[in-house]
Design a protein around this ligand. Structure first.
Ligand code: ADE
Length: 247
């Protein structure tokens, strides 16, 4: 079954956007995923085609109406009843690689993009919608978040990534950050590629990579490092670890 992305957006022209190029773009033209934007404005009933209204209780900006958004969501459910429905909002649960993997393993996703001051909360009471955030900052709308989520999913679809193993050692797949990479030229602006990587000794290279991945994670992402210490069977190499506490 082809992975189908339905995107509920007031700006359907933003899709596939950057996902029409590079890896995702090739996968799209090869039929490995389908991009189906749906405009909630098409579900309005008044002559102004209004999707929003002023916030109850006062305040700045406009709020997306529950009735209009629900009509668009119902159409999306009718099209694809078995896919999860996500709403992009800074009030949502932070997106993780684990959730991306689950979504990519399924038949597709429906993504609702917010605009203005957000959604009428009753939409989330009335429909099975998962609120998702892509980070602790505020975007002008959910479209960029939807693109981020889709990019993360599409690269994991079968046959999309060039080398099938290239996803294995990556940051967050195994709780800690990936080790740093180098390529030719061997010397650049007086900086030389670490000697061990030029040694051809695969065991030494693996040990160096493991050590750098751990050190970088500890320094850059103490939050991830703490989690890693709590689940000792996971490392960038997938190897069992024993001595993390000694460092
Ligand atoms: N819409 C606005 N800000 C957002 C965020 N941080 N994540 C997801 N959707 C958003």
């Amino acid at each position: 079954m082809t992975f189908t992305a339905q995107i509920l957006t007031l700006y359907p022209e933003m899709f596939p956007g950057p996902l029409g190029t590079s890896l995702a773009g090739r996968a799209l033209s090869e039929g490995k995923w389908i991009c189906d934007p749906i405009n909630p404005r098409d579900f309005t009933t008044d002559k102004h085609r209004s999707v929003d209204d002023t916030p109850a209780g006062g305040g700045a900006g406009m709020v997306l109406r529950a009735d209009i958004m629900a009509a668009a969501v119902d159409q999306a459910i009718e099209n694809h009843p078995k896919v999860p429905i996500l709403a992009m909002t800074p009030r949502g649960k932070p997106l993780t690689q684990a959730r991306v993997r689950e979504i990519a393993a399924g038949p597709g996703v429906t993504i609702i993009c917010g605009r203005f001051e957000g959604f009428d909360e009753r939409l989330f009471d009335a429909r099975p919608i998962e609120e998702v955030s892509i980070g602790d900052y505020v975007l002008s709308g959910g479209e960029m978040g939807a693109l981020v989520l889709l990019d993360a999913c599409i690269r994991l679809l079968p046959g999309v990534m060039g080398a099938s193993s290239s996803g294995d050692d990556e940051s967050f797949e195994n709780v800690i950050l990936e080790y740093p990479q180098y390529t030719r030229p061997q010397i650049w602006e007086g900086r030389i590629i670490p000697e061990v990587l030029r040694s051809g000794d695969h065991a030494k290279i693996a040990a160096w990579r493991k050590q750098r991945a751990e050190e970088d994670t500890r320094l850059r992402r103490p939050d991830l490092w703490e989690r890693h210490r709590d689940s000792p069977d996971q490392s960038p190499s997938g190897a069992q670890e024993k001595d993390k506490d000694k460092e």
